[in-house]
Design a protein around this ligand. Structure first.
Ligand code: ATP
Length: 576
């Protein structure tokens, strides 16, 4: 496909916010592409060069693209800068100076490969080299092609196309209906690489996708847990089940292939470099190939204490990792296993997988297994819960004995129960920032006075508003928020946001913060769970974290969970 044709599709996508229209546009684009073009098209629609676990970044900033525009179209750099700051859009800036009248002869693969090559340029003189390469590319393009290329370079396409929408479009384009989406989703959950899934689908068809296998070094989407609040409810749901101690660290999915080891986060980001001591320990394991799921925690050898999330997460911000790992090493607690050599375990029942864990790992050392009991007795359940909480851990995750590993799904195969649920709304809530209100009065100087926060509605693939949060941030954090949010500000309401309350500035749904509140209440101005004119809102919300790097927008709490918490709160309130 010619790049000029792809750009026409991007233009159409930009002009609509209707999901069905998006599916239609995408599927037309896919049906006109060859198999080798498909993965690249998918990545472009996902607004990336490769899935994030590959850690490929364009490494291009505003200034660099301005320079490239100036060079490509032979205009003074000051003119380009002025145009960019007045239009506030690098795409329109490039388009504006592009005097080409004809479409380019470039095809999609060529443009993608060029962009990829640009991402690989590093070292001395790399800025100059990038400017030249981008200038050459833009110089060959029509104004519309330049518009989208410039935006892509800065990660500012902002088409608002969700992954579910891409999968439905792929299914429609290849099979003539949208029904194949669930098989695609399954493969995507097993590989976290939608481009690869699309390629297999195009090459080998439906049968190929059904046979899709996990592969070492390709992260599997994390299985997630539902929540319930008592042993009775959990045992009623699962019957006899395993109770696994819940550690409050960060998730680490470990992949080993011989001497090659990688670790991925809850969101499939490559976090290998944060944990040298863990990598050494994994390399020493005898098994050739492994994929296992675990929780990483900071461990103080002197006092034999595990530190909670807040301490552990600091590691991600430290530059002197070697030093930190010496003083406060990490320990992994293995709680699931998906691959052992050539044996795929992901679809085996939990009990079988646990047997493998018991054979491979001991209860102590850098890589130890988590501690479980198997029971159907309420008394044993409560005793183990109290013991676990007494050890300073968060609670338990109950696991269904015959369930497979539910990649990418939050369902009742895993049910968490945490100590904090016992009190009224003492659980925190993760919200995604959708916009901000400018500060007034004493806050005017800080730029941001409050943020509009929302939660994810997975049924509609939309974000719904839940609360306005203006407390809990320090002055410095407000200033930092302003900088971060201005980088992702939008000139209209994001496509996937449903709101009644309108902030001064909209932003791309990207940053998650954790808040605490006194209560969940009904409210006419928020769209979370809205029915008959009223939705849900938080009473006295305050931030208890700054922007979290371990969660994506879609990982905020869900509308469903807010409604559940509201119901639970009613129960607690009813108790004498
Ligand atoms: P939370 O904030 O409650 O951890 P979350 O949204 O990050 O929630 P959940 O699915 O709700 O994720 O809870 C499961 C998380 O708990 C996992 O992502 C994992 O990191 C952690 N965890 C700790 N110990 C275990 C365990 N034994 N089994 C499964 N998950 C565990």
């Amino acid at each position: 496909m010619r790049f000029a044709e792809l750009v026409e599709y991007l233009k159409k996508l930009e002009a609509t916010s209707k999901r069905l229209e998006m599916i239609d546009i995408l599927s037309k684009a896919f049906s006109e592409s060859s198999t080798s073009e498909i993965p690249k098209m998918v990545y472009i629609f996902q607004e990336t060069l490769l899935p994030s676990f590959y850690d490929v970044q364009l490494g291009v900033a505003d200034k660099l693209v301005e320079k490239a525009i100036s060079k490509a179209f032979d205009v003074a750099i000051d003119k380009v800068k002025r145009a960019n700051s007045s239009m506030g859009d690098i795409g329109l800036t490039a388009e504006n100076f592009d005097g080409n009248s004809a479409r380019s002869k470039l095809d999609v693969v060529r443009v993608y490969d060029d962009l990829f090559a640009i991402s690989k340029i590093s070292g001395e003189g790399s800025i100059e080299m990038k400017v030249n390469r981008i200038a050459e590319l833009l110089g060959a393009m029509s104004p519309l092609e330049a518009r989208y290329t410039a935006r892509f370079l800065l990660g500012q396409l902002r088409l608002g196309v969700g992954e579910a929408t891409i999968m439905e479009a792929l299914s429609l384009a290849k099979s003539g209906n949208r029904g194949f989406k669930s098989e695609l989703e399954r493969a995507y959950n097993m590989s976290s690489d939608l481009g690869r899934v699309a390629e297999v689908f195009y090459e080998k068809g439906e049968a190929g996708i059904k046979k899709f296998k996990i592969e070492v070094m390709n992260p599997i989407k994390s299985a997630l847990a539902e929540r319930l609040n008592s042993a009775e409810e959990i045992l009623a749901k699962l019957g006899k089940c395993a109770l696994d101690q819940k550690f409050d660290g960060f998730r680490a999915q470990v992949h080993k292939n011989g001497n090659n080891v990688k670790v991925f986060s809850r969101n499939q980001e490559d976090i290998t470099h944060f944990m040298p001591e863990i990598i050494d320990a994994v390399k020493k394991l005898k098994q050739d190939k492994l994929i296992f799921d675990s929780e990483a925690l900071t461990y103080d050898e002197d006092t034999n204490t595990l530190y909670p999330f807040q301490v552990t997460i600091q590691r991600k911000r430290k530059h002197n990792i070697e030093e930190v790992s010496g003083n406060f090493p990490l320990r992994l607690f293995v709680f699931d296993i998906m691959l052992l050599n050539n044996r795929e375990l992901i679809n085996e029942p939990y009990l079988k997988r646990r047997q493998v864990i018991d054979e491979l790992f001991s209860a102590s050392g850098t890589i130890s297994k988590s501690k479980i009991i198997i029971t159907d007795s309420k008394e044993e359940f409560n005793k183990f819960f109290d013991e676990t909480v007494g050890e300073g851990l968060e609670g338990l995750v109950a696991k269904k004995l015959d369930a497979p590993y539910s990649a990418g799904a939050r369902n009742f195969n895993w049910i968490k129960i945490k100590r904090s649920y016992k009190a009224q709304l003492s659980d925190t809530i993760d919200i995604v920032i959708l916009g901000y209100f400018r500060g007034r009065g004493a806050r005017a100087d800080l730029g941001v006075g409050a943020v509009l926060g929302g939660v994810y509605d997975d049924r509609e693939d939309m974000f719904k508003t839940l609360t306005k949060v203006g407390s809990g941030f320090s002055e410095e954090q407000f200033k930092q928020l302003k900088r971060l949010l201005d980088e992702i500000k939008l000139y209209k309401k994001p496509t996937r946001v449903d709101a009644i309350l309108i902030p001064d500035v909209w932003v791309e749904p990207k940053y998650v913060i954790t808040v605490k509140a006194d209560e969940i209440t009904k409210s006419p101005i928020h769209t979370c769970g809205r029915e008959g004119g009223s939705g849900y809102a938080l009473r006295f919300p305050r931030a208890v974290s700054f922007v979290r790097t371990d969660k994506r927008a879609e990982d905020s709490n869900s509308v469903k969970e807010i409604i559940e918490m509201f119901e639970e709160q009613k129960k607690v309130a009813l108790k004498p």
